[in-house]
Design a protein around this ligand. Structure first.
Ligand SMILES: [Cu+2]
Length: 570
């Protein structure tokens, strides 16, 4: 049998919200290492066996939920909520500084939410060819498949995903949409709320969006659990991994935030939201993207070297949108760097940008465990560091499917083995010959082929020298339609290990949502994971096993193909 990924039915603990099985765990992974292996601030709030626990269902409350106003934090002095002339808006008039507020701080039937409903109804009453209509705006993100032709000159289907323009394009898109919605609502102070699903107790669809009848905020196509008020797993809703990165471009902050929580939340909500072609039709889209935008602002304000790209393409590529007059306008990344100064809005919990210091970074990541110290390679193993620096990208391991084969993900757990290929790697040929398909099970992960483990580890350690991150790279991802599923990725998990995102094998979540608008692969930074596995004796420096565990078992899931999987140091 050639190198084909095998699929197996894993007796896994489903950790999708609301589907936990409650079966006995019977595994010891993670116990010894605890949450040190995963940097998520909210884990402290969870019971130790949280992945077995059903997350609560919050029935729709027809009465206003408790209102817990969110105070602005950290802006000193805080800018006024309203007023004339705030911001140097390059696109036209801004009635003041609009404040985007946490949706859970707004009464479901209060003036802000009423204005939101009113604006949506007005936009939906307009013909699809009107640039200020609801459907026209949704189709700027993605044309309905097999559906309407775009009116002449309409910038439909122009969204940017899988590219460094992801954040700037969506900031501008949401900004112009907000202006249209403000005009349609008749409320000159209107601002989009945001939904911060990372806050415990706010990690379910806001109640105002779940009441079914006569409610423009309701969307019937969502996953039923979402409309029932099921909580979203905190692991899934977390932005901690992205926020801790300090470099913007792919494969760092931009890509990490796009993948999680952005893609993951799209998939969790499901229905229209799970497909870029229709996502903008669900009103929660706009609150989700306001939150992604807010996270970009917080990331910048967190300092420690965080800054936006300065390359020509990022700053100057023109993108068309429509404004509240129905005019097609063009904006660029350079127009989207300062929400308050350039676009006239801010968030209710903006943190002040550090004045050359990194105080805000400490504020932002205060609840998250400190990142692991950089791996201290011994001097004798540092010999390759210079060679790495000179040769550019170093490939450390590669899927044995490289030639022609593709990894196909479906509705079951799928394992792939990566053979070492870096210069310092020992005995790659012997390891390559033991293909995953031949071994027949993930047992091989626990009992690797007899090999000189010491020298192999020495070689691997030498390849870990230097400052470059170690990236798990998924290349040439392809699917016909977004499958509406996400996969937890585990690296080097021994056979029989229960999937535990708190354990030492969890690398992140892969949520196929949009086709990349660049040729860039989807990447996961596994530097810390590999280093900690080495330190804990969980990885012997040989083959690397990668396992994709879907959030639900479903044989009918449309396949996602991955052309190649590699581990590289860029
Ligand atoms: Cu999105």
């Amino acid at each position: 049998m050639s190198d084909t990924p095998i699929k197996r039915s894993l007796s896994r603990r489903s950790f999708l919200a609301g589907t936990a099985t409650g079966a006995a765990a019977g595994v010891a992974t993670g116990a010894a290492v605890g949450q040190e292996f995963i940097s998520l601030g909210s884990l402290d709030d969870l019971p130790p066996n949280w992945w077995e626990v059903d997350f609560p269902t919050n029935p729709v409350d027809p009465v206003d939920p408790p209102v817990d106003p969110v105070d602005p934090v950290g802006c000193d002095p805080c800018p006024p909520d309203t007023g004339i002339g705030g911001g140097d808006d390059p696109f036209g008039e801004t009635p003041g500084i609009a404040v985007r507020r946490n949706v859970f701080s707004l009464a479901p039937n209060g003036p802000e939410m009423s204005a939101l409903r009113r604006g949506i109804q007005v936009m939906r009453s307009r013909p699809d060819t009107d640039p200020t209509s609801w459907n026209y705006q949704a189709r700027i993100h993605g044309i309905v498949r097999g559906g309407a032709q775009a009116p002449f000159g309409a910038p439909w289907g122009t969204c940017r995903h899988g590219s460094d323009d992801f954040l700037s394009w969506h900031r501008l898109y949401v900004h112009f949409f907000e202006r249209i919605l403000r005009e349609a609502s008749g409320d000159p102070d209107f601002a989009l709320p945001y939904w911060d699903y990372s806050v415990p107790g706010q990690n379910a669809l806001p109640p105002a969006f779940r009441q079914q009848f006569g409610n423009p905020l309701f969307e019937a196509r969502r996953n039923p659990g979402m409309n029932a008020g099921n909580a979203i797993n905190p692991i899934v809703a977390s932005s901690a991994q992205a926020m801790q990165t300090t470099r913007f471009p792919r494969p760092f902050f931009s890509a990490a935030l796009e993948n999680q929580p952005h893609n993951v939340i799209h998939v969790e909500i499901g229905g229209a939201m799970a497909d870029p072609a229709t996502a903008g039709e669900d009103p929660i889209f706009w609150l989700h993207h306001a939150n992604i935008d807010r996270l970009w602002s917080r990331w910048i304000a967190s300092g420690n070297g965080r800054r936006n790209p300065t390359d020509f393409g990022f700053l100057n590529t023109p993108f068309p949108f429509a404004d509240e007059r129905g005019q097609i306008v063009t904006a660029r990344g350079a127009d989207a760097l300062d929400p308050q100064g350039q676009l006239g809005y801010r968030y209710d919990d903006d943190i002040a940008a550090p004045a050359g210091a990194d105080a805000a970074a400490a504020l932002m990541v205060a609840s998250a465990p400190a990142p692991a110290p950089a791996f201290a390679a011994s001097r004798s193993f540092a010999r390759d560091a210079q060679a790495f620096a000179e040769s550019g990208e170093i490939q450390m391991a590669e899927s044995t499917l490289a030639e022609g084969g593709r990894v196909r993900l479906g509705g079951q757990a799928t394992g792939v083995r990566l053979a070492p290929t870096a210069p310092g790697m020992a005995a790659p040929q012997a390891l390559r010959s033991q293909s995953f398909g031949e071994s027949g099970s993930l047992d091989a992960f626990a009992a690797p082929a007899p090999a000189p483990a010491i020298s192999r580890m020495e070689a691997f350690r030498s390849d870990m020298a230097g400052d470059q991150p170690v990236l798990l790279q998924l290349e040439d991802i392809d699917f016909d339609a977004p499958p509406g599923i996400w996969y937890a990725i585990y690296v080097n998990a021994p056979f029989g290990t229960a999937p535990d995102p708190r354990g030492p094998y969890f690398a992140g979540i892969f949520a196929p949502f949009a086709q990349n608008t660049s040729d860039e692969p989807t990447t996961f930074d596994i530097t810390g994971l590999i280093n900690r596995q080495i330190e804990a004796g969980l990885f012997d420096g040989g083959e690397i096993g990668v396992e994709f565990v879907p959030n639900r078992d479903d044989p009918s899931i449309p396949a996602v193909d991955i052309g190649n999987i590699r581990i590289v140091r860029p």
